[in-house]
Design a protein around this ligand. Structure first.
Ligand code: GDP
Ligand code: MG
Length: 784
């Protein structure tokens, strides 16, 4: 029997875990190991994926993946929560939050020199409060960049009050087995950069799963301090942790904290600095029951790889475990010879024979059994978890069979309305007024100072106009991210991914991609920026190059202009048609991408569904500030250059004289060259081409340029028929994204992808428009 066959509310015990490679390892790392108990919580509104509870937390699994898990059904009704079992366990006294320095004996030998910059890695599961803690630890002295060679966010900062430190916020990971690009980044950082200490943040309300990572961090032989986060929630529900005992068992300092409430942070800092400065490595690494077959095998593998591990600089115990698990990356790095490989295989077979589990499952099992014992002895779980109960209640509505999608549409609609019509738009108007005022003042000053015409035009018509128009996106980007981060931190985005997965999977993506795609209907820039939260590299790439196909709001003025000039009274019809077309084309393109560019499956979708939590305002504001900075950097690099180029082409003729009549400019010349290409579409007029080229800067400017070049009302009607007008609408819907969007694509995927995207979209726009025109002309008899 497989997990797929169970109904909501039924429970089972895992017999064996199928699947292979990374997916299987991921199953194991998430706690799906033989012997574990699983309860089906519910199915997504569309029937797939399914939400299950395991080790006291919720996971979402695709049915196809659930099919790989063999189970035996347990004959009992779902428990109200696994917490119930531990009800009568007496409370263990533990030190108060934030009491300084009593949890760990400190050594004072061989400190690192005073001028050594202490480096820390902040490592933890997703949603364990890493970002919140990082912001607490660093205050505002942090900077955001990328890890070398990959576009994965990297945040560094100095700990408040300790300028000689640098702490790096690593992407959230569940284990040290690389599964996504982020996990590889995090693991490589710990293994290769060898931070002076690791700050391991552990969600105390979800302690089993979080400690699974801790076990592996201890094996890396770096000094570790465990920051036991969310203690406010645990104690608030009547739970407690015997910190002293836990420290003793783990052999590293454990500090209870609440990142959100700013409790215990000072103590965490002093412990972290101490272990780093005095290189206090974990006292324990051997976490297996002495008589278990895994135990002896790990030691056997340790002997086997000792020499090679030393040579490659890998920590021994960690390497041995990974070799036993069969981790390809580590095995390649080690470069075992044939003889050693044989020996390793021999050990692996022996484990399998003795334990009845394959080595990877046996190692996972060993870690989880150890954690169970540890939790049994030093954690009193709450009888009732208020947050869980609240989450379940909220989920009844937000992921309910009939309510999920309507509410989702409502929430997204509200976010859009507030961003594009109320707050964002209001701020945008203000900013535009500010820029307008600044432009005027500068223009006045330049005129007064009798500045050369060319420079005058460069500053006013080039830089101010161009950068100004792009800058006016800023409020929208920032406000959009404000809402997004609320949705993300509260836990709602994970739910969206949960119930949209089935739909998105049809086009080769996973549920999480729906959010960037939707934001794309607002503005491609924040949409592309928001793909950072997608866990898989393949999905992220595919989503990024799909977002520009979603018709953004900057194209609305174009639609409005043509509706009023050519199709008065048919606005609703035309708009609906255009949006539908953009969705249909988007889906078709996704199919093509899936077949050609991104073969293979969307990322396996084994995702945690965290409890709903109140987002912290501080983290939200910090994120807005980061995104704003990111956007400004772009505005003043790529966009500035593009602006100046377009200005140059528009303002000069081929002899580099400043033009007075735009029809003699280089732009007009270039448009003249391009115009024949556009002739089959019925858009051969150079003025149309010019407007489309300037649409490259910002889509709104298509309309303003058309207005300037064709003069007042009616001018354009003389040049275009209704079929051509409709063709132009389709062309504008699909052709190249604006500079700001391209700059964000470039930032994520590099020049090649963004240039490719521009060319591809222009070609596609041409083809679709051409087909449309032919069909329309055939229908209206215009061809004959
Ligand atoms: P990350 O995914 O690990 O970066 O986690 P975040 O820092 O984004 O936090 C996830 C959620 O947990 C947010 O809604 C936070 O406000 C919340 N949170 C973080 N730390 C605490 C804490 O100590 N107590 C409580 N109750 N909530 C917290
Ligand atoms: Mg975070």
């Amino acid at each position: 029997m497989t997990l797929r066959e169970l109904k909501a509310g039924q429970s089972c015990r895992v017999e064996s875990v199928g699947g292979e490679g990374a997916l299987r390892q991921h199953f194991l790392d998430m706690g799906i190991i033989p012997g574990a108990e699983i309860t089906i919580v519910k199915f997504a509104p569309m029937g797939d994926p399914v939400e299950v509870r395991i080790h006291g937390y919720e996971l979402s699994l695709r049915l196809d993946d659930a099919e790989k898990i063999a189970i035996t059904e347990l004959d009992k009704k779902a428990e109200a929560g696994t917490d119930e079992k531990r009800k009568d366990k007496s409370k263990v006294a533990h030190p108060n939050l934030g009491e300084p320095g009593i949890h760990h004996d400190k050594k004072h030998e061989n400190p690192l020199p005073d001028d050594h910059v202490l480096s820390f890695a902040l490592v933890g599961n997703q949603n364990s409060g890493k970002t919140t803690l990082f912001n607490r630890l660093t205050g505002s002295n942090q900077h955001v960049g990328n890890f070398p060679g990959v576009t994965v966010d990297r945040k560094d900062g100095a700990i408040i009050g300790h300028p000689n430190t640098v702490i790096t916020d690593l992407p959230g990971i569940y284990s040290m087995s690389p599964y996504s690009k982020e996990e590889i980044v995090s693991r490589d950082f710990v293994l290769n950069n060898k931070p002076d200490a690791i700050i391991n943040i552990v969600d105390s309300t979800n302690i089993e799963r979080n400690l699974y990572l801790t076990m592996q961090l201890l094996e890396t032989d770096r000094p570790v301090v465990v920051a036991l986060n969310m203690m406010d929630e645990l104690t608030g529900n009547g739970g407690s942790v015997d910190i002293n005992l836990m420290e003793q068992i783990l052999g590293v300092p454990v500090v209870p904290i609440s990142a959100a409430k700013n409790q215990g942070i000072g103590e965490l800092i002093s412990h972290a600095i101490h272990i780093a400065k005095y290189c206090e490595k974990p006292l324990e690494q051997d976490f297996c029951a002495p008589e278990s077959p895994v135990h002896s095998s790990i030691h056997a593998v340790e002997h086997l790889v000792e020499e090679k591990a030393k040579n490659t600089g890998l920590p021994l115990r960690f390497t041995a475990c990974k070799a036993l698990e069969g981790d390809e990356l580590i095995l390649n790095q080690l470069g075992l010879d044939e003889n050693e490989k044989d020996l390793l295989e021999h050990i692996r077979v022996k484990v399998e024979k003795k334990s009845g589990l394959d080595p990877a499952a046996a190692v996972a099992d060993m870690r989880f059994s150890y954690i169970m014992q540890l939790v049994e002895s030093c954690v009193t779980k709450p009888v009732r978890n208020k947050e869980r109960i609240r989450s379940e209640r909220v989920d009844k509505v937000l992921t309910g069979k009939f309510t999920a999608i309507p509410i989702f549409i409502l929430i997204m609609g509200l976010v859009f309305f507030l961003t594009f019509n109320v707050i964002g738009a209001g701020l945008q108007t203000l900013l535009e007024m500010g820029i307008g005022w600044l432009t005027e003042t500068t223009e006045q000053a330049l005129t007064n100072a009798n500045v050369n015409d060319v420079i005058h035009s460069l500053i006013i018509d080039g830089i101010f106009e161009g950068v100004g128009s792009v800058l006016s996106f800023l409020p929208i980007v920032v406000v959009m991210f404000f809402f997004l981060s609320l949705l993300e931190d509260s836990g709602y985005i994970a739910r969206i991914a949960f119930f949209m997965d089935k739909l998105l999977r049809k086009i080769g993506l996973s549920g999480r991609s729906i959010v960037p795609l939707l934001i794309g209907f607002g503005c491609t820039v924040p949409a592309v920026m928001s793909t950072r939260t997608l866990p898989s590299d393949r999905d992220r790439k595919m989503t990024i190059i799909l977002t520009p196909f979603m018709s953004c709001t900057a194209k609305l003025p174009i639609y409005a202009f043509f509706v009023s000039s050519f199709f008065p009274g048919k606005g609703g019809l035309i708009m609906t048609g255009l949006y539908l077309l953009s969705i249909v084309i988007g889906i078709l393109i996704a199919f093509i991408y899936k077949k050609i560019l991104f073969k293979g499956e969307a990322a396996p979708f084994v995702m945690e569904l965290p409890n709903y939590r109140l987002p912290s305002l501080r983290s939200t504001l910090q994120l807005m500030w980061e995104k704003a900075k990111d956007f400004l950097q772009k505005a003043f690099s790529v966009i500035l250059i593009a602006t100046v180029v377009v200005w140059f082409l528009q303002s000069f003729d081929t002899r580099f004289n400043l033009v007075t009549d735009s029809s003699t400019s280089m732009m007009a010349l270039i448009s003249g060259f391009i115009a024949p290409v556009m002739r089959p579409l019925g858009l051969g007029d150079w003025r149309i081409t010019t407007s489309l080229i300037s649409g490259f800067m910002a889509k709104e400017s298509v309309v303003s340029v058309l207005e300037v070049l064709f003069g007042a009302e009616g001018g354009i009607n003389a040049v275009l028929g209704t079929v051509e007008a409709a063709t132009l609408l389709i062309f504008s819907l699909l052709y190249t994204p604006c500079v700001a969007a391209i700059a964000s694509v470039k930032r994520e995927l590099g020049w090649k992808w963004s240039a490719g995207l521009v060319i591809w979209q222009c070609v596609l726009a041409w083809i679709v428009s051409f087909l449309f025109r032919i069909i329309m002309l055939a229908f209206t008899g215009g061809l004959i």
